[in-house]
Design a protein around this ligand. Structure first.
Ligand code: CA
Ligand code: CA
Ligand code: CA
Length: 163
């Protein structure tokens, strides 16, 4: 089968939930980009592993309502997932321990942050920027361990002037 056929099969297997979010990331650390399909309304997910000569699949599910951000949170070369529920502020680090399996660490912030996942300090552990566009408040969440984040709160102007 070609990639398009694999994706169509995967989309069918994810229970025909719509909309489905498609993310790309290296989920097994073999330097080949894999595909993660996520149905926010049901919580169903589907990992599509790129073996180089074909594809293998693992299916699973979380609860509904998460915003899901792929990123390597523990610097082991396997993409993990940062989950944030903007309605209640709960976050989860989902560490990708082996294909289809996760170990979890969680906590709670206030709701409605805009989330950006990036590596602030070049230690290969993805960090998290929380931003509130209305007020200009932001929090730089350093991901220094597999547990909680270390925060440096600050504020930008709500409408920054660049001139
Ligand atoms: Ca891979
Ligand atoms: Ca990882
Ligand atoms: Ca980092």
């Amino acid at each position: 089968m070609h990639l398009r056929q694999h994706l169509l099969l995967a989309l069918w297997l994810i229970n025909r939930q719509a909309p489905v979010v498609l993310e790309t990331a290296d989920l097994d650390g073999n330097n080949l980009t894999d595909i993660f399909l996520w149905a926010p309304s049901s919580g169903a997910w589907f990992e599509v592993f790129n073996t180089g000569s074909g594809f293998t699949y693992v299916q699973g599910s979380w609860s509904a309502g998460w915003d899901v951000y792929p990123a390597d949170l523990d610097a082991n070369g396997r993409a993990d997932f940062f989950l944030y529920n903007p309605s209640n502020g709960v976050w989860v680090k989902a560490f990708n321990t082996s294909n289809g399996n996760f170990a979890y660490s969680s906590g709670a912030w206030s709701p409605n942050w805009s989330i950006y996942v990036t590596d602030f300090n070049a230690d290969n552990r993805a960090d998290v920027l929380l931003y509130a566009p209305a007020s200009g408040a932001y929090m730089e969440g350093r991901n220094l361990s597999n547990a909680d984040f270390s925060f440096t709160p600050s504020t930008w102007a709500a409408r920054p002037s660049l001139g």
